[in-house]
Ligand binder design. Sequence first.
Ligand code: ATP
Length: 361
Amino acid sequence: MTVETRREIGEEGPGPSASAAVRLEGVTKRFGDVAAVAGIDLEIHDGEFFSMLGPSGSGKTTTLRMIAGFEEPTSGRIWLLGRDITGVPPFDRDVNTVFQDYALFPHMSVADNVGYGLLVRKVAAVERRQRVSEALQMVRLDDYGSRRPAQLSGGQRQRVALARALINRPRVLLLDEPLGALDLKLREEMQIELKAIQQQVGITFIYVTHDQEEALTMSDRLAVFNAGRIEQIGSPADVYEHPVTTFVAGFVGTSNLLTGDAATTVIGREGVFTVRPEKIRLADPTSTPADDEASALGRIREVVYVGPDTRYIVALETGGELVVTQQNLETSSMEALATQGRSVRLTWKRRHVLSLATSEL
Ligand code: ATP
């Protein structure tokens, strides 16, 4: 039944299943001529760490802002814990948002920043102090309550923002690229910390990022956005090991596509296929592949040494190219780089070949 027919017969709609924290049904958002969100259906489970992953402009932030209530959908409905919140203002939704730029009050101490939401809700001073102390402990900033935000590092400020967002104990926490301003090392540390905090508090986290590694590391499930639509939803392993479209294969990992002549010659049928670079082995061109293996001849066009691994870009005889990554178990950088220009046979297990649908955009 469509949303329209349901409204016509005066029903509230089925609401989400018992375990859904957030549900979006047929949601679109237009800004003039731009369809920022072009019709998405999504169900996020209670207690889940869910990421919305996609390139810049694919509609992630707009979707998050509609869940927060900062934007109203052009069409479609949004449920929060079984309640239709489509037209409900932000302050009346049991959600909080953490932004990339922290949005801390510079003139207030860390403790006052964290306790601000409780002050607004007129929570008594004793309880407020207790909860601020617990929240600061959770983000490992127990001793920083009296500092000003300017006296903290970027990672510490982001933790204050997190404590402030969690102190009201929202059912759902929305995070918009919260680690985007941090350097790589700190970001990796914070990813592990954020995930641990989420598991500790058991609150549903909805996390926007354009960083595929971040989404794979932290999420229970993720949705891959492309041009206002969702191309795939699944666990990190699902999405990485079994991408269903050319876009997902390329955005989450290296695309490694076999199409046209390469597909018909190497795979034996027409279509678009992918093999993940770490599933491919470099072998001597005269070697014979095993029964359960496929293979292709080519020449190493480029070698990129990246410390633990080496990436080989191989131009295939049939046209097209494949990327192969090999762990540098016993290979030195000199040996790896010396392979440039060599003829090779690439082999891989047939079961590692995935058939893809072509993305529209
Ligand atoms: P990013 O990672 O860069 O934040 P995103 O995936 O979050 O990108 P959105 O911010 O949701 O993407 O934007 C989706 C599209 O909608 C873009 O084309 C953007 O220019 C457009 N858009 C977003 N907000 C507005 C607005 N207020 N007015 C007009 N166009 C907008």
